[in-house]
Structure formats: C-alpha cells, structure tokens
Design a binder for this molecule. Structure first.
Ligand code: SRM
Ligand code: SF4
Length: 508
C-alpha cells in the first residue's frame, strides 16, 4: 500500500482516500441520484476506474472506454454495443481508438447498471481502462491468421488482461499505479503494435534459436515530453511474458514517482534509476532467470495497414481489411459489422490501431458475396492513397483538452487533397487535438497537432506539423517541422508537402 505524504499530488490523495474501484459498489445509488448529485471526485475521476469518463464538453453524457485485447470482438458483442448506442439516438456513437479499442458516447449514469449487466453477459469489460491503470493491451490485428507470424499472441494478451483486471471483475493489486501504463506484445514481423511508444513492449526475437521476446521499456508521449522506448537488455520466452509484465507493474507501482504527475511515467523512473537498476529490480521480482536480449529482433517488414483481401495461413480462408473513416461508428454500423462478420466470416471482427476493421476467416466461396455487400460501399477495402491512412484523436467534439476539432478537419483535408493531388503510395496522416498526442502525430508521415494561432489579430485553430515518423522495421519518431499554421491556410501547405516529399502530382 502506498503511504500518503504531503508531497503527493492531488490524484494520489484522491486515490488514498478511496480506491477508484470502490465506486463499482455504488453504481446503483449513482444511477438513482443522477450525475448532478454525485460527489465530484467520484463522477469526474473515480468512475474512470470502471472505464466511465465524465465529459465536461457534454455534461451528463459520459464516454465509456472498453478493453478489447488485441482488438478482437465477436458479433454478439458488437450487437450488445449497438443496442447500448441505440438507446441514445443521434447522441450514441462510438470511436475505434489508437489502441485498437472502442469508446462509446452518450452514456447516461442511470443506465450504467443495466449496461454493465449487458456487457458482462457477453464477457465485455471496461474496467481499469482510464486513470492510473494499464490501458488496452495491443497485439497484431492478424494474430492467428497471418502466414508469416512468429507467435500467435491472442491467448497471452487475453490472459495478461485477465490477470491485471481479475477477469474483468477489477483487481486492486494494479489499480493504484503512479500513472497510466501501456503494454504491447508483437508476434508478427511488422510491428503493427507500435512497440516503440509503449511503456513496456515485447518484440519477437530468437535467442539461441529459441523463440521469445526482446523487451523495450519507457516509450511514451505526453505534453511535456516524448520518448521512444529503450532496450532493457532482457529476453523472455513466451511463458515469461505474463510473469515479467506483472513483475514490471509491481515495480512501477511500488517505486514509480508519485510527486508530480507530469513526471510519473515509467521513463522518469528510468531517468532516476538508470536502466540497469530497473532491470535488476524487475529481475528480482520476476523470480525466474532473466536472459540478456537476443542480438537481433525479428521485426523485418514494413508496417501494413491490412486493408484489402489477404490469404490466411488456414487453407481456403482470407481476411478482409475495411476502411472505417476516422474510426467513427454508430449503432447501425455495429449491427452491420456483426452481420457481415457472421454471414461471411466466423462471427469475429477485429480493430486496428489505424482505427480500421478486419473481417477474418472468410471462406473462398463467400468472398465475392462479401465484396459485393452494401456495407463495403460504405467501408471500402481500397480507399485512395490520401484518405486511406488518416488517423485522428477525439478532438474538441468530446475532449476538453482539445485545442482544435480533429475528426471533421481530418476528413475535410483528406478529401480536399484527394481531389487536388495524386500520390503513388498511401500517405499516413495522424491528427491530434493537443500535445497529449493521443493521435500519435510523431509516428506519421505527416502529423498534425492542434494549437491556437493568432491571425489578423484573432485567435484561431491551427496546427504544428510533424514529419518523418516511420513505423514497422526500424521505427522512429518524427519531429516538428512547422509551427502554428492556421487551419484556414493549411491546404496549400499540405499540397506542397505532398509534392515535395511524397511524389505528389497536382491534378489539372
Ligand atoms: Fe489519450 C488523455 C483519448 C490514446 C496520451 N486521452 C486522454 C483523455 C482521457 C483526456 C480526457 O479526459 O478527455 C482522452 C479522452 C477523450 C475522449 O473523449 O475520447 C484521450 N487517448 C484517447 C483516445 C480515445 C484517442 C483516440 O481517438 O483514439 C485513445 C484511447 C486509447 C485506448 O483505447 O485506451 C488514446 N492517449 C493515447 C495514446 C496513443 C497510444 O496509447 O498509443 C497516447 C500517447 C501514448 C502514451 O500514452 O504514452 C495518449 N492521453 C494521453 C495523455 C498524455 C499521457 C501523459 O503521460 O501525460 C493524456 C493526458 C493524461 O493522461 O493526463 C491522455
Ligand atoms: Fe483529447 Fe488531446 Fe488526446 Fe486529442 S490528443 S483526445 S484532444 S487529450
């Protein structure tokens, strides 16, 4: 248990007063009293331990962030989410997140007991998805499907989530970390998880010809500081991934810095201790022999977006990646995704960190009918190179940190550019509404970070532009190349960047 001292920040005091998970027992009474009568800390902070987020932008309409290990969901689960959204009419919507997860919008406090019961009936949980908890654990969205994969990480990722959350019931052992904690486990050769931007990531690597994972630590984005993960010089076999992760979480929980929330992520502890001390402390907690890293890892492919039709390793089956613009879904879309997954596939659907979707397990004799299905008119398998790879955070529509509206702007500019310019390859645009960088502009070909700009004596929405982010093999972060471009001046700037850097040709 972490002691409260006067130097602790206000969130540490809040957690020490009452654990976030404690609000689960009070849901019925919250539902009866309504959001206005609730204690402020319960409403605005502790509910996040259940994945329920107060939205100051839309008071009374909460956001619910789920947990979807490896981004996998079933048709039955999609229908339950569709039913939840349907209650809220036009106010009910959902977003696929940059951690291959789902967030629901429009949620009313009075409905929470019923919503949780519906979710539990199909084994969906939102527990510990906000505040000082482990976020959705990312894995390859084609785990178990991909011919070239080295290890099918699905069961491992699910089991790790179950350990951290006590099977979705909530686990007080890991609900009071110093800060959020991101974990990614890669079993494919293309780094589809963005290992380098996680606090803890496992990267496939052979040590003395035995398969296992090299470990990198401390990657994070924040408004104050951006750091890629650094090697821990450690390797674990597959059966070591879960005990190692739990050991790391215990060390972070017990030794992570808690005085200043702006300096609490794992990298700040690495700064204070040095990587060797982190390694030896976690090794002692791990209680198994910890090998040094394998000399090379197996991330050898460029990152793919998985859009289109691809043969699976299972003879006669394909997976089909579909483009979901900005990751935005409504109730009807949930029902439609459930339908196509069921009638053309195996009743399973997957989400990617690019905020798109995958229908796995489509037999050859159903492929043509799937490709002719009306849903694929809306969610294309082959969008153009400028709209195809657009990622966007939530932005001002629902997020009070936002310095700009993101999703509509992202769509507007992508469509405008597609009308005016052709490029030979997809260009990856990432939009993020503020320096917290949820939309990961630092991994993009062209990253756009919301800011305020003074123009003609008035403050207006603008962006700082990032470039040079590479993903997949040898991933590295991009840097800011242009500051404070007003959105109204942005189109010609983007056109020029496409022409100069991406072989763009202006359409005549
Ligand atoms: Fe994030 C906070 C949305 C991925 C860095 N993030 C927030 C909040 C909760 C702020 C708030 O209360 O409004 C946003 C909720 C807005 C809303 O209504 O949706 C929010 N973050 C998101 C999502 C939904 C963006 C998206 O549209 O996809 C992503 C949810 C992922 C999930 O399923 O759990 C999301 N956030 C990220 C990522 C990307 C990633 O994980 O790969 C990052 C950068 C990586 C990292 O964390 O190191 C990220 N979010 C932050 C930060 C800065 C963290 C820090 O250490 O300072 C904050 C602010 C904070 O935690 O204090 C934040
Ligand atoms: Fe909100 Fe900023 Fe995150 Fe976008 S980057 S979701 S605006 S906190």
């Amino acid at each position: 248990m972490v002691a409260t001292t006067p130097s602790l920040n206000k969130f540490e005091k809040l957690k020490a007063e009452k654990d976030g998970l404690a609000v689960r027992a009070e849901l019925e009474s919250f539902a009866q009293m309504g959001w206005e009568a609730m204690d402020n800390n319960d409403r605005e902070h502790r509910l996040k331990w259940l994945g329920v987020f107060w939205r100051p932008v839309t008071p009374g309409k909460f956001m619910m962030r789920l947990r979807l290990p490896s981004g996998i969901i079933t048709s039955a689960q999609l229908r339950v989410l569709g039913n939840i959204l349907q209650r809220y009419g036009d106010e009910g919507s959902a977003d696929i997140t940059t951690r291959q997860n789902i967030q629901l919008r429009g949620i009313r406090i009075e409905d929470l007991p019923q919503i949780f019961a519906e979710m539990e009936s199909v084994h969906l949980t939102s527990v510990q998805s906000g505040m000082d908890n482990v976020r959705n654990i990312t894995g390859s969205p084609v785990a178990g499907l991909e011919a070239g994969e080295l290890y099918d990480t699905r069961a491992m990722i699910q089991e790790l989530q179950d350990k951290i959350t006590n099977g979705g019931a909530g686990n007080p052992e890991f609900t009071n970390l110093p800060r959020k904690f991101n974990i990614a486990i890669a079993g494919c050769r293309d780094n589809s998880v963005h290992a380098e931007i996680n606090d803890l990531a496992f990267i496939p690597a052979f040590k003395n010809e035995v398969f296992g994972f090299n470990i990198v630590v401390g990657g994070f984005f924040s408004a104050k500081r951006i750091e890629p993960a650094v090697p821990l010089d450690a390797w674990v076999p597959p059966e070591g991934v879960i005990p190692f992760s739990l050991a790391m979480l215990r060390v972070f929980r017990d030794h992570g810095l808690r005085a200043n929330r702006l300096k609490s992520r794992l990298m700040w502890l690495i700064d204070e201790w040095g990587i060797e001390k982190l390694r030896s402390t976690v090794a002692a907690e791990y209680q198994l022999p910890l090998a040094t890293a394998a000399a090379k890892d197996e991330i050898e492919w460029e990152k793919r977006d998985h859009l289109g039709v691809y043969a699976q390793k299972q003879e006669g089956l394909s997976y089909v990646g579909i483009h979901i613009p900005l990751g935005r879904l409504f109730a009807e879309d949930m029902f439609e995704l459930a339908r196509v997954a069921e009638i053309y596939g195996s009743g399973e659907f997957r989400f990617t960190v690019e905020q798109n979707g995958i229908i796995p397990n489509v037999p050859a004799d159903r492929l043509d009918s799937l490709l002719a299905d009306s849903l694929l008119q809306k969610f294309s398998i082959a969008p153009n190179n400028l709209t195809r790879s657009v990622v966007s955070c939530t932005g001002a529509q629902f997020c009070n940190f936002a310095l700009m509206e993101t999703k509509q702007q992202a769509e507007h500019f992508a469509n405008q550019l597609a009308d005016r310019v052709t490029v030979p390859e997809p260009v990856r645009f990432h939009w993020t509404g503020c320096p917290n960088s949820c939309g990961q502009p630092q991994v993009a070909d062209i990253g756009l970070m919301g800011t305020k700009v003074r123009k003609d004596g008035k403050m207006t929405e603008g962006v700082d532009i990032y470039m040079g982010g590479t993903v997949g093999k040898d991933a590295h972060l991009g840097t800011c190349v242009m500051k404070g471009v007003a959105c109204e001046d942005l189109l010609p700037v983007l056109e020029e960047l496409l022409v100069k850097n991406f072989e763009g040709k202006i359409k005549v």
